[in-house]
Design a protein around this ligand. Structure first.
Ligand code: TYC
Length: 149
């Protein structure tokens, strides 16, 4: 046949399908990365749900929640900071009731160290800063530290 176009001689796989840009994108995307807006994309409900796809495949998405690292905030005893000042710090900064604040202050006074609370890093850091700034302003040597739990 003299007037055949070049594509007449190519197998079907090498012509139309091979140059389909959507198939090309699907074939070359990174493994495990769903096409944006495609059926494999989860429903954004926080994970753990079952979802059907257009192909009838049932997938279970894993929640990608990470537990934050927690830090204990500790008060240290000293001989000079007034008991009442420590009680007010525990009430204002750590949201303790008067009764809990007295109990924690006496624990620190007797044992040398005591826990005021457990928080994610930035919350713990902010509380330590508030205690140290307030103590310095009032010229008390009260010390507050944080340690990874
Ligand atoms: N020991 C202090 C006093 O006798 C009271 C105190 C308690 C100070 C707890 C610091 O973290 C502290 N006045």
């Amino acid at each position: 046949m003299l007037f055949r176009t070049p594509s007449d001689r190519l197998p079907e796989m090498m012509t139309a399908q091979r140059f389909d840009p959507i198939r090309q994108a699907a074939a070359t995307r990174l493994a495990g990365e769903p096409l944006r807006g495609g059926p494999a994309e989860h429903d954004g409900d926080g994970g753990g749900s079952k979802g059907g796809t257009e192909s009838g495949t049932v997938t279970k998405t894993r929640p990608k929640t990470k537990r934050p690292n927690l830090y204990r905030v500790l008060l240290l005893n000293d001989d000079y900071t007034p008991m009442e000042f420590v009680i007010l710090i525990l009430q204002d900064v750590f949201n303790k009731s008067r009764e809990d604040a007295v109990r924690i202050m006496l624990h620190v006074h007797q044992k040398g160290v005591g826990e005021c609370g457990v928080y994610p890093y930035e919350v713990a850091e902010t509380k330590v800063t508030r205690v140290m700034d307030t103590a310095r302003k009032n010229q008390h040597p009260l010390q507050c530290v944080m340690e990874k739990q």
